[in-house]
Design a protein around this ligand. Sequence first.
Ligand code: ZN
Ligand code: FE
Ligand code: FE
Ligand code: ZN
Length: 266
Amino acid sequence: MSLPADYHMHTPLCRHAVGEPVEYARRALEAGLTEIGFSDHSPMAREDFDAWRMFDRQLDEYVASVRQAQSAFPELTIRLALEVDYLPGQEEWIRSLAARHPWDYFIGSVHYISNAWAIDDPGKLSEWNGRDPGAVWTLYFERLTQAAASGLFDILGHVDLPKKFGHRLGKDCSSLYQTFLAAAKQSGCAIELNTAGLRKPCKEIYPSLEILKLARQHDVGITFGSDAHAPGDVGMDFAGAVALARQAGYSETCRFNRRQRESVRF
Ligand code: ZN
Ligand code: FE
Ligand code: FE
Ligand code: ZN
């Protein structure tokens, strides 16, 4: 029984990660992984949209850096992917990105609940002040449900991201979760167990056990990701993530090759 693939890793092109893909790959082998995937922050049509993604003109350079890691470590399966921001209205742009390279998968992530606010941005933490956390969670899950239904993504990233800084909800959110998970199931989208949450103030894997159990009931597939922004993050806390997935009733994970999905036991 091998560790599941680490499908969420960044590169310095996004301007807030360190280490070249070859270094992430070397670390993955040391950690005992047999498969990884690079999913750096995709470019936006507007270059000045924000400061934490590659520029459009760097897309080929990104692909070349992943290819370089593939040639350096033929014993490791290395997938080519992107973490793509979902914002309503960006669908055509995302389709055009998909056509430019033979991607293995797209992770769809909702960071922005408006064009001006990425809820996980530490620099915009004060945006939470004076807002009803319930309204933020609701908006977030509406967008995530749209992302799931769009058919543009293979995996949805860190699906309970609003908990990052500890903004929790007193009330029961299960209907938001259920609506989202039904959309994910219908379009064949998996969700990821993202261990970066353990390194954030919420100190918890994304998503919670509650969501994972509901996802299992809805027969939604899962992947695993460290959301590595440095080589040392690769495969981090995967034993805990595997234990959480099993606790939710999972024994299989999805792998992707040229956007075709298959299930493997973990
Ligand atoms: Zn990042
Ligand atoms: Fe993200
Ligand atoms: Fe990421
Ligand atoms: Zn991420």
